[in-house]
Design a protein around this ligand. Structure first.
Ligand SMILES: [Mg+2]
Length: 228
């Protein structure tokens, strides 16, 4: 297949899926308890728009583990969280946001590759996609742990797509996300951003970040908004 002239990257929580339940939060909590021996709550951590890695570090701090000691435990905590989540992820097929399936099918028909750029750890992300019935649409991705910031994750996903021969140099890249952090990351990475109001941030706050396009949900997206 010819390398495509465009790439569409998607955040997961609040963008592809909403209200996917407590299994993810519980998996992070149980993982931290497993590696530290201390039960800590995730409550009060503003998890929306955060990377799992940073959430785990915050929770390790709550368990009294800081600095290098925390970094040493991070890999083990991440592996535990992914194992726990894979065993406990519910059926997510009814949690898919409005307009997502239609949009992904349309991109597939046009031969535009789609990727994931998410703060989720990799196996958590793919488990969610599988349980939501969306896995087949995504062929590339970058996940928490692959790079230190979301902006760096976007750049990594683009370079992975290029190395895999999915897109040509200079391809039009767009990121779809639901959080001010997604808008900021897209700016850092130099890609266009479509913000969608299906997450936890108010539509006013999100629109005020100045995305290239803002839609209340993905059903409202017009053809030229996403891929030029
Ligand atoms: Mg999100």
């Amino acid at each position: 297949m010819e390398p495509a002239g465009a790439l569409a990257l998607f955040d997961i929580d609040g963008t592809l899926l909403r209200r996917s339940g407590p299994a993810h939060r519980r998996a992070l909590e149980r993982a931290v308890e497993r590696v530290t021996g201390t039960a800590v709550s995730i409550d009060g951590i503003p998890v929306a728009g955060m990377l799992d890695r940073d959430i785990l570090l915050e929770m390790l701090a709550r368990a009294g583990t800081h600095g290098r000691a925390a970094l040493r435990l991070l890999g083990e905590a991440g592996r535990a969280a992914q194992n726990i989540y894979a065993r406990n992820c519910p059926d997510l097929s009814r949690k898919v946001c409005p307009g997502v399936r239609g949009l992904l099918r349309a991109l597939q028909r046009r031969g535009i590759p789609c990727g994931l750029v998410t703060g989720n750890l990799e196996r958590i992300a793919w488990t969610k996609m599988r349980r939501a019935g969306l896995e087949e649409f995504f062929i590339v991705g970058a996940f928490s742990g692959d790079a230190p910031t979301r902006g760096a994750l976007i750049r990594l996903a683009v370079s992975r797509a290029r190395r895999a021969g999915l897109i040509r140099r200079g391809a039009d890249v767009v990121y779809v996300g639901d959080h001010p952090n997604d808008v900021k990351a897209a700016r850092e990475a130099g890609v266009r951003i479509v913000a969608v109001g299906t997450g936890v941030v108010s539509r006013e706050e999100l629109a005020a970040c100045g995305p290239d396009h803002f839609v209340a949900d993905l059903r409202a997206l017009r053809r030229g908004d996403l891929i030029r």
